[in-house]
Design a protein around this ligand. Structure first.
Ligand SMILES: NC(=O)c1ccc[n+]([C@@H]2O[C@H](COP(=O)([O-])OP(=O)(O)OC[C@H]3O[C@@H](n4cnc5c(N)ncnc54)[C@H](OP(=O)(O)O)[C@@H]3O)[C@@H](O)[C@H]2O)c1
Length: 333
């Protein structure tokens, strides 16, 4: 079986980790690195073992050998870069946040569908063993009817602070960068919220430096979510029902998180064993993309276009309630 040739668009921090994990997949080939700078592309390709380096994204997407492109640019560029790949017939795995808003996300998905090109958001936590196990426990009714989801994600960025975290033009702010994991976990468990109430503290650039979110449900369930760039919080999540509580230890969205199970009212803890593979954890989603491509799928059955749209639309509702806006919101797509 021939290997699947990966191209990487944008040679930044996460691109390097993703490349490390591609090496763990037997039938993945690190084919080409694409950067806005030829020098950077060459350095990245040599460091990570890609066979080709391109000094523009146009050159990357024009390589006829590339089978799939991983987009690792800032959120605000995902819309433009995804459309570039799709218009060149290249399947895409696009980093989170998938887009700045639901309008962009819908256009990206519509273009992929009408072009018959595979497109998936790189919501990597969805593919991790501890997430699968947590959802299995909930589906099996271990908690009873889930009444609450609590999640915190906060850290104080260390110097040199990446520009994209605070720059509105790059989609800066806690919600799209880290709060997205809180929202993802909450809606995975509780579904589409009936009401959304959110507040934020603006940074000097106007983006949300902290964001507090309540997702409210007609059946009485509540998700309480908090993200911050000004507090080093325990990055944990708790899901509770009348029959017990699941605690995902820090960092709840990564494969290193442990599942603690607290049955009933007694505060006795059982740790649920999880078998995970070496690596950062990005290979789970990459393997899944390869399986989809080999089956000729245009959409993932595990993280569908509808899943991405629900996540984006929920974040739009949070932003509307909290008053978080971006230059891209004003642009017609
Ligand atoms: N899944 C995860 O665990 C995870 C972790 C971190 C980040 N992410 C996501 O990955 C994306 C990139 O994050 P990152 O931390 O890797 O960012 P980063 O280090 O700043 O890298 C982003 C890269 O995007 C390219 N780029 C294209 N247009 C750009 C522009 N206008 N301004 C700046 N860079 C531009 C640059 O590559 P070239 O100069 O080579 O063109 C840059 O190196 C974000 O959407 C973020 O949410 C995901």
């Amino acid at each position: 079986m021939s290997k699947i040739k990966w191209g990487i668009l944008g040679c930044g921090r996460i691109a390097g980790k993703f490349a490390d994990d591609l090496k763990l997949i037997e039938d993945a080939e690190l084919w080409a690195a694409g950067s806005r700078s030829m020098e950077k592309a060459v350095t990245f390709a040599e460091k990570h073992g890609f066979r080709h380096a391109y000094g523009s994204y146009e050159a990357l997407v024009s390589d006829p050998e590339v089978d799939v492109i991983y987009i690792a640019s800032p959120h605000a560029q995902h819309h433009e870069h995804t459309l570039l790949c799709i218009d060149h017939g290249k399947p895409v795995l696009c980093e989170k946040a998938f887009a700045i808003n639901g309008t962009q996300a819908r256009e990206m998905i519509d273009r992929a569908r009408s072009s018959g090109v595979f497109l998936m958001e790189a919501l990597w936590s969805r593919f991790l063993p501890h997430y699968q196990e947590t959802m299995r426990m909930i589906r099996e009714g271990k908690l009873g009817k889930v009444g609450s989801v609590l999640a915190n994600f906060g850290f104080i960025p260390e110097a040199p602070v990446p520009d994209r975290l605070f720059n509105p033009a790059l989609g800066g702010g806690t919600l799209l960068d880290i709060g997205i994991y809180n929202v993802f976990f909450a809606i995975s468990v509780l579904g589409r919220p009936d009401e959304v109430v959110a507040h934020m503290t603006p940074a000097s650039t106007g983006i949300d430096q902290q964001c507090a979110v309540n997702l409210l449900y007609r059946n009485g369930a509540i998700a309480q979510l908090f993200s911050s760039f000004e507090a080093n919080l325990p990055i944990e999540a708790e899901i509770s029902g009348p029959q017990g509580r699941i605690r995902l230890t820090t960092r709840f969205y990564e494969p290193t998180a442990r599942i603690e199970w607290y049955p009933g009212r007694v505060d006795t803890r059982t740790e649920i064993p999880i078998s995970s593979q070496p690596g950062w954890g990005y290979h789970y989603q990459a393997r899944h993309v390869q399986e989809c491509l080999r089956q000729g799928l245009k959409e993932s059955p595990m993280w569908s276009h509808a899943d991405t749209l629900l996540l984006m639309e929920t974040m739009d509702r949070i932003r509307q309630s909290a008053g978080i806006s971006y230059p891209a919101d004003q642009q017609a797509v």
